[in-house]
Design a protein around this ligand. Structure first.
Ligand code: NAD
Ligand code: TYD
Length: 350
């Protein structure tokens, strides 16, 4: 069935993988990518699909309610997949208001537009909100986050995402809006802006720059390959139950320092450097304020109810990721130079 799908944040890391998957898989659907092209959004991520007939890019800001309403009016969307967000914890510590604006107000603007344009009884309409496991807070050595775990966000980023999740559920309970949510663990893969741990460290290793490990490197994250996340989003959109939440994760916990050592070994091999060269760049630095100790997802519901499992092992995914960054050093250079983003900002503002 043909659909009119709005994907927000489609020029970002996960969003670009979701846009690519949907544009290629659903040629009869119209896919509109709405993105503000912040420092994290980059149309280079979508070069391979930008001329497909079922794809449109719109530069716009989800905080601007008028713009969102006009876009709904123009395209009459029946599906929203909402990924646009400020996504980096360190930036949220430095500048929390941007996170409140984009992640909270932006989400409510989208909910309002969907409620305004969609008519009951809702049939094919879906508002799919993409969220994070960080809303559940921090675990000790034991236990996993399930869909029933109480929210306990502890960083400005996770507080803003938790707030947006609550608003999405409130629009379901109060107005009956047909929503679905998923909360995913840390993603890694190609096209991730080099400020998050894995791409930052790959970039620093290439340039023989220090690798800043926060605290003692003992914090634990549960890593999922980004294409597996995109596949889960596709499945949940089609088969997930309205009003429900699905946790997505790779059952793949790594202590930061162990992951960094694994990455250093892969990089030494790929770059033809002596073993130990990259590890020598490790530098322990002051810990992140309020640094959550451990995240770990129980993705059992998604597996039991919808049959989803990750397709790649961490070792395979990490190697593919490293290969992508090494063959796309020009991408790394451009996204870190700022010149490219300035170019697109001007082009789409004119
Ligand atoms: P990202 O920072 O790479 O991309 C975010 C995108 O949103 C960018 O293209 C940016 O330009 C756009 N954007 C930001 N503010 C906007 C605004 N006001 N209006 C329109 N567009 C705007 O983020 P990501 O890592 O791809 O994360 C995408 C979503 O997935 C987020 O909602 C995030 O909370 C969630 N998530 C991320 C992870 C992860 O590990 N990266 C894990 C779980 C959930
Ligand atoms: P990050 O990629 O920022 O994701 P999140 O904080 O959302 O989990 O960080 C992953 C882990 O790596 C986290 O425990 C913080 C740590 N980290 C460092 O030790 N050094 C760094 O330079 C960065 C960016 C992160």
């Amino acid at each position: 069935m043909s659909k009119k799908i709005l994907i927000t944040g489609g020029a970002g890391f996960i969003g670009s993988h979701v846009v690519r998957l949907f544009v290629n898989k659903y040629p009869d659907s119209t896919i509109v990518n709405l993105d503000a092209l912040t420092y994290a959004g980059n149309l280079l991520n979508l070069k391979d699909i930008e001329n497909k007939p079922n794809y449109r890019f719109v530069k716009g800001d989800i905080v601007n309610a008028d713009q969102i309403f006009s876009l709904f009016e123009e395209y009459q969307f029946d599906t929203v997949i909402h990924l646009a967000a400020e996504s980096h914890v360190d930036r949220s510590i430095a500048n929390p208001m941007e996170f409140v604006n984009t992640n909270v107000l932006g989400t409510v603007n989208l909910l309002n537009a969907a409620r305004h344009f969609w008519e009951k009884p809702y049939q094919k309409e879906r508002f799919y909100h993409i969220s994070t496991d960080e809303v559940y807070g921090s675990l000790g050595d034991e236990g996993l986050f399930t869909e029933e775990t109480s929210y306990d966000p502890r960083s400005p980023y996770s507080a803003s995402k938790a707030s947006s999740d609550h608003f999405v559920r409130a629009w379901h309970h109060t107005y009956g809006l047909p929503v679905i949510l998923s909360n995913c663990s840390n993603n890694y893969g190609s096209h991730q802006f080099p400020e998050k741990l894995i791409p930052l460290f790959i970039n620093n290793i290439i340039h023989k720059k220090p690798l800043p490990v926060y605290g003692k490197g003992e914090n634990v994250r549960d890593w999922l390959y980004v294409e597996d996340h995109a596949a889960a989003i596709d499945l949940i959109l089609k088969e997930g139950k309205l009003g429900e939440t699905y946790n997505i994760g790779g059952h793949n916990e790594w202590k930061n320092i162990d992951l960094i050592r694994l990455l250093c070994g892969i990089m030494d091999k790929k770059l033809g450097r002596d073993p130990g060269t990259s590890e020598a760049l490790i530098t322990f630095v002051k810990d992140r304020a309020g640094h959550d100790l451990r995240y770990a997802i129980d993705a059992g519901k998604l597996q039991r109810e919808l049959g989803w499992t990750p397709s790649v092992t961490f070792e395979e995914g990490l190697e593919k990721t490293v290969d992508w960054y090494l063959t796309n050093e020009e991408w790394l250079r451009q996204v870190t130079s700022g010149a490219y983003q300035e170019y697109y900002r001007k082009q789409y503002n004119s």
